[in-house]
Every structure is written in structure tokens, then in C-alpha cells.
Design a protein around this ligand. Sequence first.
Ligand code: FES
Length: 164
Amino acid sequence: MAKKSSSPNLSRRDFTKIVMSFLGSIMGAMVGVPIIGYVISPALKATEIDDWVSLGALDSYPIGSPKLFSFTRTKVNGWEQTTNSYGVFVVRKSESALNVYSNVCTHLSCRVNWNEEVAAYTCPCHDAQFGLNGEVLYGPPPRPMDEYEYTIEDGNILIHLTEA
Ligand code: FES
């Protein structure tokens, strides 16, 4: 016949084990949670790009003819760092009026080039053409070239670059 515990009270040894286990769990959590947070936190960080990019002196751009400006920006997404290159065409209309267009084709994102002979931006991928003001002249692009907001400070052109 099995012997049942006759005492409902905890022994001193059992009580000490329970208290030590409880304290050990708390201490483990105090050490473990910050370590887990440190390891996982980079995966939860994603930077957005919301920046004003200098394109240099306004006077370095000729009036009436598009000029390409290229730059790079690095984006952090978790443990991954991506450096993207950007190209913009500055079209200076007068001493102070200008437009800044992305050189990314609005069809499938190939890079367009200014072609002086046909006076248009041409896309090498599907032969699209955009006019001086970014309008679609020919080909499959669904919309005009994307345009950047800009400002001029102390004679320098700055464009507003945003990216989620
Ligand atoms: S990507 Fe430019 S026309 Fe298709």
C-alpha cells in the first residue's frame, strides 16, 4: 500500500527550493531580457529617408539644358544596410526657376538619359521618350517623370528626398 504524505505543511527544505527557484527565475529574466532585446532590436529598426540633399550651386547648372546630378544614400533595415544610388536632372528655366526630375523611368524603373539630338529623355529599356518638362512623348510609361520638391538656400539647390 502506497504511503500518503501525512503532512499538508511544506518542509523547510521545500520552501527554500521554491523561494530559490523564484529568485533564480527573476535574476534570469533580469539578465536575459536585456540580452534578447539587444540581439533582436536591430531587426526592429528601419530607417526612413527624409532628407534635404544638396545638388550644389545653382550657377553650375546651365539655363535651358538638363544636367544630371548623382548621389547615394544608405538605408538601414534591421541588420541589412542598402546603399541606393539616385540620379536627378536639373532643368534650369531661368535665373531662379527650375525643375528637378528623377532619372528613373516611370514604366519599369530603368534609368533615362537626356538625348540632345532628339531633345528628349530616352529610356533604353522600351524606347520611351519624355519631353524636357518630364511629359511622356512616346512609349509605355504611364505617367510623367517624377519631380522633386526643391528650395534654394545661399545659392545652392536642395531637393527633398523621402523614402519609406
Ligand atoms: S522602363 Fe522605361 S520604357 Fe520601360
